[in-house]
Design a protein around this ligand. Structure first.
Ligand SMILES: [Zn+2]
Length: 127
């Protein structure tokens, strides 16, 4: 299994390990790894970003998690099959609970069309 490394070194590559703690504490530690953005209310993840997914990730209770998904499940309950955590703010690095809601890939695509989201690249520069 060759793991491709592309464009490395953008962000710290050290995964965050969180184990056997109450969810509130895990949430607090996740939030401690992010910086709040004034006005938008976004919490921008500063930790590890998955090489392939491009989304914040952490290892929680020995399982790899997308941070957005974890936060969403803590806030709204477990995601159903086919559901994912959608961002109301369109920022993949945002882990603010208020900006995350469960939805399907189809919802997500419809959202994109609705908002005419057409960014050339997902990148930090747009905000
Ligand atoms: Zn946000």
């Amino acid at each position: 299994m060759g793991r491709k490394r592309k464009g490395g070194g953008r962000i710290a590559r050290v995964p965050l390990w969180l184990r056997w703690k109450p969810p509130e504490q895990i949430m607090a530690e996740l939030e401690a790894r992010a910086i709040p953005v004034p006005f938008s209310g976004c919490l921008i993840w500063l930790g590890d970003i998955g090489n392939t997914s491009g989304y914040p990730r952490a290892i929680i209770n020995n399982r790899g998690w997308l941070v957005c998904r974890y936060v969403c499940e803590q806030t709204h309950g477990p995601l159903k099959p086919g559901q994912m955590a959608l961002h109301s703010c369109d920022i993949p690095y945002c882990i603010a609970a208020e900006h995350l809601r469960p939805g399907t890939a189809i919802d997500n695509a419809q959202d994109m069309v609705k908002r005419r989201r057409c960014r050339r690249k997902r990148g930090f520069q747009t905000w």
